[in-house]
Design a protein around this ligand. Structure first.
Ligand code: ACO
Length: 335
């Protein structure tokens, strides 16, 4: 059984925050941010907007492009680290999309690699499980976990959602060629947002029992990052991962029409392209307008490139996600 990508869509919040806006909050400048990262602007959730509404908008657009009705979706994968529901956000999206046959919907949490893992999971479900139409949504709102007084991190992130529809097809039409996936828990010390405990007023209960009860109330800390280490990790391992995926697909760099990396830093994108000896004309980048949108960045950039006519039917794309975990992974696919 084969599987192919048949639709894409994306959505971003209305509120935009420029580098000059950020320079009013922290000690930074447009020159520093754009020079070190390539980022000029980011979109951030505000008012009644929610991650769920962005994800639903992106998924609806992907379904429209694919000309597939919500009732015909048989799996919804929400790739996110910032779900609005502790027990998983995907079922809510399935409901709001109006998928009336109660298809399976679940979350995949793998930070900025989430969307690549979502694509690979979709392919496995199609090939091994008989699923026909799988929505893969990458959506994140890291603005909710950023310390807006920390100039080292708050300049980097934005909120967004992107989606693709992966559809079963005959094996000759197969469009998901190969993948290469990794993680390294050792590197989590360089990039994390860990569980944190708040004091509760449970002393009355604790005093009645002879042990520490109830458990402390849990939340998550802001994002902590050692930027230099993350940069080194990405520049070293992402090219190796893409080369490995290409080898598994029986392809070489010359077969790639587009390099589509997680949009974390323009300098990382440039470094990886240089290592793979790919010219700038074959690299997709929209980081200037949106910043690092985590698991949304790849489908958001793909959607823009498809709708602008840059990526056309039959083009071969090498895509790689990398980030917290640490996690990283590459997938070679045909649009
Ligand atoms: N404005 C002005 N100065 C700043 C800023 C800022 N926004 N941030 C840091 N600086 C200063 C530092 O204080 C430091 O000053 P000092 O030399 O006086 O001590 C100096 O600039 C250099 O700081 P570095 O952190 O060493 O700067 P670097 O060149 O490494 O750039 C950056 C930092 C942009 C974060 C870079 O390391 C990077 O992009 N790393 C990769 C980050 C990334 O991709 N993260 C992925 C996360 S995805 C996920 O999974 C959530």
């Amino acid at each position: 059984k084969g599987c192919k990508l048949v639709g894409c869509g994306s959505a971003v919040p209305k509120l935009q925050i420029s580098n000059d806006d950020l320079a009013k909050i922290v000690d930074t400048s447009d020159e520093w941010i754009s020079g070190r990262t390539g980022i000029r602007n980011r979109h951030v959730l505000s008012g009644k907007e929610s991650l769920t509404s962005l994800a639903v908008e992106a998924a609806s657009k992907a379904l429209q492009m694919a000309q597939v009705e919500p009732d015909d979706v048989d799996l919804v994968l929400l790739c996110t680290s910032t779900a609005e529901e502790l027990f998983g956000g995907a079922p809510q999206i399935q409901k709001e999309l109006g998928c009336s046959s109660n298809p399976l919907a679940y979350d995949i949490t793998a930070a900025c690699s989430g969307f690549v893992l979502g694509l690979v999971s979709a392919a496995c479900h199609v090939r091994g499980g008989g699923f026909r139409n799988v929505l893969v949504i990458g959506a994140d709102a890291l603005s909710r976990f950023v310390d807006w007084t920390d100039r080292g991190t708050c300049i980097l992130f934005g909120d967004a959602a992107g989606a693709v529809l992966v559809q079963a097809c005959e094996s000759e039409e197969d469009g998901l060629f190969a993948f290469d996936l990794h993680s390294d828990g050792e590197g989590a010390r360089h990039l994390n947002a860990s569980i944190r405990y708040e004091e509760t007023n449970g002393s009355l209960v604790t005093n009645c029992l002879a042990y520490d009860f109830p458990p402390r109330r849990a939340t998550y800390s802001n994002i902590h990052m050692n930027g230099k280490e993350v940069f080194r990790f990405a520049a070293r391992f992402v090219p190796l991962s893409i080369e490995s995926a290409l080898e598994k697909a029986g392809l070489s760099g010359s077969h790639i029409d587009w390099l589509l990396l997680h949009q974390a830093n323009q300098r990382i994108i440039d470094a990886v392209a240089a290592r793979l000896e790919l010219s700038q004309e074959r690299v997709i980048s929209n980081i200037a307008n949106y910043g690092n949108t985590s698991s949304a960045s790849i489908p958001l950039a793909l959607d823009e490139a498809v709708r602008s006519g840059k990526v056309r039917t039959g083009h071969i794309i090498a895509s790689s996600g990398f980030g917290a975990g640490l996690t990283w992974g590459s997938v070679i696919f045909r649009w």
